[in-house]
Design a protein around this ligand. Structure first.
Ligand SMILES: [Zn+2]
Length: 265
């Protein structure tokens, strides 16, 4: 099946297998298992990154990935992988940042601008968590990490009016850009949810790419607003990494991707 975009643009599509791994919270190493599938120990982050580094892969930010796809530079995308952290939890600054610095990996942090320096404001109080501060985000940016937007609020964008979607895209980008003193180029849809209106809004707001939660490792230049990701859990084994990189993951989920992107970009 051909996506509507392949017919629409006529430009040659560039494809590359660049897995983008998705994390939310990172806990210190310890004997007790994390309480939520959204939490992984820092040892899991290290294990995954080192699996790629040992094989000669290099980490890139989502911004770099999108720029290379858009430029049609498939050669520069060989042996690249990306790490993303959604929501902007302080646990990532405390437990992911030191590991990434030590092993020399970059990453992209997707931040919600309504709760920088405070607590998460979209879950009940019992399950809320601390968010990174502006100073911490600035430090990450200064160290070469990408700061991307996850919106102003953690909402299902497809349930909003066009004006509300625009506000989420534009305001969060402006807030983060003025905070770091640089352009903010990529977005991650809260809950991974998007539709044609959301894609139009993210594009119109000036972003060059957006991460979904559609599963796969193969990316292409005509779907930079529906980049695929692989969620990491404590159960993500080295065997699974081989499977992700074999192309079988994209084969298994090709229908999920096709039905999600048809008519949306
Ligand atoms: Zn999120």
């Amino acid at each position: 099946m051909m996506s509507c975009l392949e017919a629409a643009t006529g430009a040659e599509m560039v494809r590359a297998r660049v897995p983008i791994f998705m994390f939310h919270h990172v806990a210190p190493d310890g004997p007790s298992a994390p309480r939520s599938p959204l939490v992984v120990r820092s040892s899991k982050l290290r294990e995954i990154a080192e699996w790629f580094l040992r094989r000669g892969y290099e980490s890139i930010t989502v911004r770099e990935l999108a720029s290379l796809l858009r430029a049609g530079d498939a050669a520069s995308l060989r042996r690249k992988f990306a790490l993303t952290f959604d929501d902007g939890a302080k646990s990532c600054f405390e437990h992911a940042y030191p590991v990434l610095s030590e092993i020399g990996c970059t990453a992209t942090f997707y931040v919600l601008t309504s709760c920088i320096g405070g607590s998460s404001n979209w879950r009940n109080k019992m399950r809320s968590f601390e968010m990174m501060s502006a100073e911490e985000l600035l430090e990450l940016f200064g160290q070469g990490f990408e700061i991307g937007s996850h919106g102003r609020n953690h909402v299902d964008l497809t349930a909003l009016t066009v004006d509300e979607i625009d506000a989420q895209m534009v305001e969060s980008r402006a807030t983060l850009s003025s905070m770091i003193g640089a352009e903010v180029s990529t977005f991650a849809y809260p809950y991974g949810l998007f539709d044609a209106r959301v894609v139009k809004a993210v594009r119109d707001a000036g972003y060059i790419a957006a991460c979904s939660v559609l599963r796969g490792a193969a990316q292409d230049s005509q779907h930079t607003f529906a980049l695929k990701r692989i969620m990491v859990t404590e159960g993500t084994s080295r065997l699974r990494l081989r499977y992700f990189m074999s192309g079988l993951l994209d084969f298994e989920y090709r229908r999920e991707f096709e039905s999600a992107v048809l008519g949306r970009q």
